[in-house]
Ligand binder design. Structure first.
Ligand SMILES: C[S@@+](CC[C@H](N)C(=O)[O-])C[C@H]1O[C@@H](n2cnc3c(N)ncnc32)[C@H](O)[C@@H]1O
Length: 226
């Protein structure tokens, strides 16, 4: 049996130390693909949608969603990440609800039209990740979207090369105390078990060729049956 969410060890304190450079490093390492995978979610949002960003970091995706007219809530355990996001939003004269706190401890009412967990679920080890995913799923209103931008599970002939590249990044993060060592997750089976239906999958490849390195997944929470 899993321990209660509140007792879970979360890896976020170290994110304070890298708050100022995290996005830049991620986008350099991935030639911008990490950002592209996040921004692909915008196609599945519309102005006025209530959107929650879990483990938002400094929130380039949250800023983009607010700019297109979504009502953004963003939460991160790292105070520095949230401070940075707050300054960004202010500079662009955008409004958003920004929370420095534990994304696993929310009880939203009403539920969100869309919940985005971008490079968030892979912070957690294989025992905790499905529990965190299930928790996030409870924040989505029936008929709403759960979206995930993350690494793509390597496949195909060049899959081993993709695996090496992604494992290098993951190990670097692990060394800095920013993530657990774990396989590259495929979130689809866990979400399908929760009754979510996949409605889109965007793969992102270096220069548009070769193996998929990052992926955007979009799921719909089933409507409550009458
Ligand atoms: C790998 S970063 C991704 C940040 C951002 N989503 C992005 O794509 O740039 C993971 C983020 O999750 C945050 N985090 C980890 N555990 C958390 C928790 N329980 N509640 C809220 N944020 C958490 C960390 O502080 C960190 O900013």
């Amino acid at each position: 049996m899993h321990p209660p969410i509140a007792e879970k060890k979360v890896k976020s304190r170290n994110y304070d130390a890298v708050a100022g450079i995290y996005e830049m490093l991620a986008n350099l390492y991935s030639f911008g693909l990490i950002r592209r995978a996040k921004l692909a979610e915008l196609d599945h949002l519309k102005p006025g949608d209530r959107v929650l960003y879990l483990g938002a970091g400094s929130g380039e995706d949250a800023v983009a969603a607010a700019r297109m007219g979504a009502q953004v809530t963003a939460i991160d355990l790292s105070v520095r990440m949230i401070d940075r996001l707050r300054r960004r939003m202010a500079r662009k004269r955008l409004e958003a609800e920004l929370i420095a706190g534990d994304a696993l401890a929310l009880a939203p009412d009403p539920l969100f039209d869309a919940v985005c967990g971008n490079y968030f679920f892979n912070v957690f080890g294989p025992d905790d990740m499905p529990v965190v995913l299930a928790r996030a799923a409870t924040y989505v209103r029936p008929g709403g979207h759960l979206m995930i931008a993350d690494m793509a599970p390597p496949s195909g002939l060049l899959g081993p090369l993709a695996w090496l590249y992604l494992k290098f990044g993951l190990s670097f993060f692990w060394l800095l105390g920013l993530a657990s060592q774990h396989p590259i997750y495929d979130y689809r089976p866990a979400l399908q078990r929760l009754g979510f239906r996949q409605v889109a999958l965007h793969d992102h490849r270096l220069f548009g060729i070769g193996p998929a390195l990052y992926r955007t997944l979009v799921f719909v929470r089933p409507e409550i049956s009458a």
